[in-house]
Design a protein around this ligand. Structure first.
Ligand code: C2E
Ligand code: MG
Ligand code: MG
Ligand code: MG
Length: 287
């Protein structure tokens, strides 16, 4: 009986693998044409100051509406793009689009995600610099989001790259912080502006002591190193309040705004603040 169910599992596994490869090939083929066929768009999610909810910047997030597959999540197609080198073409498109939008905002920055594959490309710095110059955008209006994975493999070289970017005036954010493998000792060596606490810890805050402890530790670490700390994936008022009290400098999440289309982002940017809830009166606690 055990043998039989074992074979069942093997067969199921094979089928799933075939399915995985099939999906991968379909996505890869579709993605190759997506840029030329205008199927990609960017949406923008506000990153707000902890106190007055003023909009400091917007994170650019790519969306793909495929005529064959419908809306495909970046969580699916970004890894496929990374494996097939399409990420460079896609990344260039994202950066150019993001730069085109930031020019319409009064003073906010645009925060752009870069995959480790892009970050490790030779001439990464020169490439970004060319793009911002062509667009006529001040590097100070551009935040580069990278993950721990990007800097983990070759810390020396990564430190050098970040240092160059920072000297040119770009802002640097370490995304999904807490989920990777960067040693705390190394963090100190990188030219960063802020840490973005991964959504999974914010999500767990109200339920598990561990998540709350991790969130507090990251905030303390960031502040001790003179960095901003952005909490991502804030969905409830209780989370927002706990994060304010803990001393996070910025908040981002569905509670404040979903990612919005460029025209909507432009309106929000002009208004500078979100048209929402009053700031709690006991707000300035831990700062
Ligand atoms: P990320 O950079 O960590 O982006 C945050 C993700 O959390 C986004 O998902 C955003 O829509 C989602 N999010 C924000 N607030 C909330 C919330 O309150 N609740 C929940 N449940 N989710 C929230 P999205 O847009 O699906 O992107 C997923 C990931 O795909 C991103 O994670 C990023 O790693 C990658 N990605 C997205 N756009 C790009 C891009 O242009 N280039 C690259 N290289 N990666 C991208
Ligand atoms: Mg991000
Ligand atoms: Mg993130
Ligand atoms: Mg994430």
């Amino acid at each position: 009986d055990a043998k039989r169910s074992g074979r069942g599992i093997v067969r199921l596994f094979d089928e799933q693998m075939d399915e995985g490869i099939r999906v991968r090939r379909l996505v890869e083929a579709g993605l190759t044409q997506a840029i030329a066929r205008d199927e990609l768009t960017l949406v923008f999610q506000p990153i707000v100051g902890r106190g007055d909810l003023s909009i400091a910047g917007f994170e650019a997030l790519v969306r793909w509406h495929s005529p064959e597959h419908g809306a495909v999540s970046p969580a699916i197609f970004i890894p496929i793009a990374e494996e097939s080198n399409l990420i460079h073409q896609l990344g260039d498109w994202v950066l150019d689009e993001a730069l085109a939008q930031v020019r319409h905002w009064p003073d906010q920055y645009v925060s752009v995600n870069f995959s480790p594959v892009q970050f490790r490309r030779s001439h990464f710095v020169g490439h970004i610099l060319d793009s911002v110059r062509r667009a006529g955008v001040d590097p100070a209006r551009v935040q580069i989001e990278i993950t721990e994975t990007a800097i983990f493999d070759d810390a020396e070289r990564a430190a050098q790259t970040l240092c160059e970017l920072r000297k040119l005036g770009f802002r640097i954010a370490l995304d999904d912080f807490g989920t990777g493998y960067s040693s705390l000792y190394n963090i100190r060596k990188f030219a960063l502006d802020c840490l973005k606490i991964d959504r999974s810890f914010i999500d767990g805050m109200g339920r598990e002591r561990e998540s709350a402890a991790i969130v507090h530790s990251i905030i303390h670490l960031g502040r001790a190193l003179g960095l901003g700390v952005v909490a991502e994936g804030v969905e409830t008022e209780a989370q927002a309040q706990a994060l304010r009290v803990a001393g996070a400098s910025h908040l981002q999440g569905f509670l404040f705004s979903r990612p919005v289309a460029p025209c909507e982002a432009r309106k929000l940017a002009a208004r500078r603040a979100l048209p929402m809830m009053p700031v709690p009166s006991d707000e300035a606690v831990a700062v």
